[in-house]
Design a protein around this ligand. Structure first.
Ligand SMILES: *Cc1c(COP(=O)(O)O)cnc(C)c1O
Length: 390
C-alpha cells in the first residue's frame, strides 16, 4: 500500500505487541470490539462464551479477569459480570424463569430484589411464595411441580438475618430445584454458598467486592457450566454486561478484600456492642450479638459477621431522623460495603417500596437505622455515634 495520508494515520494508531514481559496488573481493555485476521475464527466465536473475544457486550478480557477472580473466590466454574447487582439478579431470574413458573423466596429480601420479584409476579406470570430463610420444612411445603428456583440471601438487609444455607440448599437439591444465593453482605471470605449446595451465587460488586464506593457492578457465579451457558446467552440479549473500567476498579478493590473485611467485622463488633449498652437504643441487630435470632447459626456458618448492622432508637422515627442529621463522620448515604461509614433510614429509603405491613414483617421499625461500618478507627466512629445519640 502507498504511504498513508495523515488523516488515515491518525485513525489507525500503532499497537506495539508486548514481548518478553507482561503487565503486573490486568490492563483495561477499553475497546467495544475485537479485530480478526481470520473470518472463520470470527464466525466460530460468535455466540459462544468460550470463543475469541468478539464484542464488548459478549465479553472483554478485563471483565473476564473479574469473572475468573470472583468465580475462583466463590469456588464456581464460571461467572457473568454485569453493570449492576440488579443486572446480575435479573440475568438469573429473567434468564431462567418463564411464565407459569413458581419461585420460592426468603421473606426478608434486599429492597430492589423484593420490588423485582413483585414485578415478575404481576407482569410476567411467575408465582411467588415466601418462606423464612431458616425453615427447610416451610420450603418443602411451599414447593409445587412448577417450582424452579429458591432465592436466598446469606445475610439479609437491614436486619442481618442469616439464612440456613446448608439446610435450605440441601432441601432445594432434594426437591430438584435450583438455589440462588445473594452473597453480597457476606462476601466469599465469610461464606461460600457453593460449599453448602447452592447452584448460583449473585453479588452486588458495588458493595464489599469493589469496596471503595466508586463503582456500580454485579456478578452471577455458576457452579454448573451448562447453566452458565444458558444464562450467558440470555445475558448478552438482555445487555446487562459490565464496562471494562468498572470491572478494573472492582479488580483493584478485590485485592484488599481480606484486609477490609477483617476491619469491617471488628469495627461492627465494637460499635454494635457499645450501642447495645446505650440507654437510647432499644435493640441492635447484628448476628455476632447473642441477642440476635441468627446468633447460633451465624456462629456455625460464618467466621465473621459482616460490617452491616442496624439498631432501633427508643424515640422511633423522630429519634432516627435526629440521629441522622447529627452524625458528622458517618455519612448519610445509600449503598454499603465501602471504606467510609454510611448510615441510612430504611423505612424512608432502601425499603420505601414495601407497604407498612411488609415493613413490619421484615422487622424494620420506624426508628431503625442501618449502619455500614467503614474501616475508620473504631474510637473515632464511636465518638461520632455517641455525640449524635447525646
Ligand atoms: C445493593 C444490593 C443489590 C443490588 O445491587 P446494585 O449494584 O445496587 O444493583 C442486591 N443485593 C444486595 C444484598 C445489595 O446490597
Amino acid at each position: 500500500m502507498s504511504e498513508l495520508r495523515p488523516d488515515t494515520k491518525a485513525v489507525h494508531i500503532p499497537m506495539p505487541p508486548i514481548d518478553g514481559s507482561r503487565p503486573i496488573t490486568m490492563p483495561i481493555y477499553q475497546t467495544s470490539g475485537f479485530v480478526f485476521d481470520d473470518p472463520a475464527v470470527m464466525a466460530a466465536s460468535m455466540g459462544r462464551p468460550d470463543g475469541s473475544y468478539v464484542y464488548g457486550r459478549y465479553s472483554n478480557p478485563t471483565v473476564r479477569s473479574l469473572e475468573l477472580a470472583v468465580a475462583g473466590l466463590e469456588g464456581g466454574t464460571s461467572a457473568i459480570s454485569t453493570g449492576s447487582g440488579m443486572g446480575a439478579i435479573n440475568v438469573v431470574l429473567l434468564g431462567l424463569l418463564r411464565p407459569g413458573d413458581h419461585l420460592v423466596a426468603q421473606r426478608s429480601l434486599y429492597g430492589g430484589t423484593a420490588a423485582m420479584i413483585n414485578e415478575l409476579a404481576e407482569r410476567f406470570g411467575i408465582t411467588v411464595s415466601y418462606v423464612p430463610e431458616n425453615d427447610p420444612a416451610a420450603l418443602r411445603a411451599a414447593v409445587r411441580p412448577e417450582t424452579k428456583l429458591v432465592y436466598l440471601e446469606t445475610i439479609s438487609n437491614p436486619m442481618t438475618l442469616v439464612a440456613d444455607l446448608p439446610a435450605m440448599c440441601q432441601a432445594a437439591r432434594e426437591l430438584g430445584i435450583l438455589s440462588v444465593v445473594d452473597n453480597t453482605f457476606a462476601t466469599p471470605l465469610l461464606c461460600r454458598p457453593f460449599e453448602h449446595g447452592a447452584d448460583i451465587v449473585v453479588h452486588s460488586t458495588t458493595k464489599y467486592l469493589s469496596g471503595h464506593t466508586d463503582v456500580v457492578g454485579g456478578i452471577a457465579v455458576f457452579a454448573d457450566q451448562e447453566l452458565y451457558e444458558r444464562a450467558w446467552r440470555f445475558a448478552i440479549e438482555l445487555g446487562a454486561s459490565a464496562d471494562p473500567f468498572a470491572a478494573w476498579l472492582t479488580l483493584r478493590g478485590l485485592q484488599t478484600l481480606a484486609l477490609r473485611m477483617e476491619r469491617h467485622c471488628s469495627n461492627a463488633e465494637f460499635l454494635a456492642t457499645r450501642l447495645a449498652e446505650h440507654p437510647a437504643v432499644t435493640a441492635v441487630h447484628w448476628p455476632g450479638l447473642a441477642s440476635h435470632p441468627s446468633y447460633e447459626l451465624a456462629g456455625k456458618l460464618l467466621p465473621g459477621f459482616g460490617g452491616v448492622f442496624s439498631f432501633d432508637l427508643a424515640g422511633g422515627r423522630a429519634a432516627g431522623e435526629k440521629f441522622m442529621s447529627s452524625v458528622r463522620l458517618a455519612l448519610l448515604a445509600p449503598s454499603l460495603g465501602g471504606v467510609e461509614t454510611l448510615i441510612l433510614h430504611p423505612a424512608t429509603t432502601s425499603h420505601r417500596s414495601l407497604s407498612p405491613d411488609e415493613l413490619r414483617r421484615s422487622g424494620i421499625g420506624e426508628g431503625t437505622v442501618r449502619v455500614s461500618v467503614g474501616i475508620e478507627h473504631p474510637e473515632d466512629l464511636w465518638a461520632d455515634v455517641a455525640q449524635a445519640l447525646a
